[in-house]
Write a protein that binds this ligand. Structure first.
Ligand code: MTE
Length: 321
């Protein structure tokens, strides 16, 4: 096992993050609760909001002021269907993922289609830290400190042509390393896409690390997308290909079930999933043994409305889910 990814090493919280967490825990009097280990059906039964979100206004949108999710929780409660559909499957199976060397193929409407090494496309010198809320369409959420490169910088290096209107991403789909690929749960490779103006927004990030460690395999090593105002399924993991297109690309969840998973998938408490409410969410954050905070209200655009709503001016956000 790569020593950097040794679970014991990973559980060591960088001091600054730890101090910040202590600060927030004290601030909000966070109590530890036990998570009943159930998915969205459990969430769907509980519509009552028993706490209001303390994060409605971030002083700095790049650094959410909410209490952080514990590293242990962010790396053991995952969605990464290439490794299985259970929340614990990615951690159980993704340790096999070979992340070096790693190449990303850039194609479509670009000056020159070519492959980049990870470091060519995301050099260490361009890396930044962001603390973002991650809101899953299943109505749970986390607050994660990410390290990575703003997607706009990555796009610059790809040299897209002026008529590129969309950017699409594909995940690795290797059945020899990813046991979930052998099941037809989704069509592989997992594909996601953004409109170019969304991709160029300063909040859009390509993450290579979290909690100041290399990205663990179960969280999408060695590089994943993080788009904090959209449901988590847009934040595609283990990216091996980037394509620039003129027309909207097909995306995995949207192609599977368009009535449940929109192309835009902006977090919107006013548009329910056909099978459960999106009004509130379970925030996995705080101390204790898998501590879920009380259910909190879901905010439009996951609390980033001020930063992103102008991207959608004139669009009916019910119709364009
Ligand atoms: N990317 C790939 N390749 N495969 C997946 O199954 N799941 C998505 C997204 N990216 C997924 C993926 C979903 S539904 C969510 S909520 C987030 O990853 C979860 O990220 P996390 O496990 O790091 O919290």
């Amino acid at each position: 096992m790569n020593s950097k990814l040794d679970p014991k090493a990973l559980s060591v919280t960088p001091e600054e993050v730890y101090l910040q967490r202590r600060h927030y825990l004290r601030l909000f009097g966070m109590a530890a609760t036990t998570w009943p280990l159930a998915g969205c059906t459990e969430d769907a039964k509980q519509h009552k909001v028993i706490d209001v979100q303390a994060n409605s206004v971030d002083a700095d949108p790049m650094r959410a002021s909410d209490p952080l999710t514990r590293f242990e929780d962010a790396t053991s409660y995952n969605n990464f269907y290439e490794f299985g559909t259970g929340k614990g499957d990615p951690r159980r199976h993704a340790g096999q993922l070979r992340t070096t060397p790693w190449e990303i193929h850039v194609s479509g409407l670009v000056e020159e289609p070519r492959s980049f090494s990870l470091l060519e496309l995301l050099p260490e010198t361009s890396r930044v830290e962001r603390i973002y809320r991650l809101r899953c369409v299943e109505a749970w959420s986390m607050v994660i400190p990410w390290q990575g490169v703003p997607l706009a910088k990555v796009i610059e290096r790809c040299k897209p042509l002026p008529d590129a209107a969309y950017i699409a991403f594909d995940s690795l789909a290797d059945p020899t390393q990813m046991p979930g690929i052998r099941q037809a749960t989704l069509e592989w490779p997992y594909t996601e896409a953004l409109r170019m103006d969304e991709a160029l927004h300063p909040l859009s990030l390509m993450a290579t690390g979290m909690y100041r460690r290399s990205l663990p395999p179960q969280n999408g090593a060695p590089v994943r997308l993080v788009v904090p105002w959209k449901y988590g399924f847009k934040s595609i993991k283990s990216i091996v290909s980037i394509r620039f297109t003129r027309e909207p690309p097909e995306t995995t969840w949207n192609r599977m079930q368009p009535s449940e998973y929109g192309f835009f998938a902006n977090v919107n408490p006013d548009v329910d999933h056909p099978r459960w409410s999106q009004r509130s969410e379970r925030r996995l954050a705080g101390d204790g043994n898998r501590a879920f905070a009380p259910r909190i209200a879901t905010l439009p655009f996951n609390g980033y409305a001020k930063q992103v709503e102008q991207l959608y001016r004139g669009m009916d956000l019910h119709q364009w889910f």
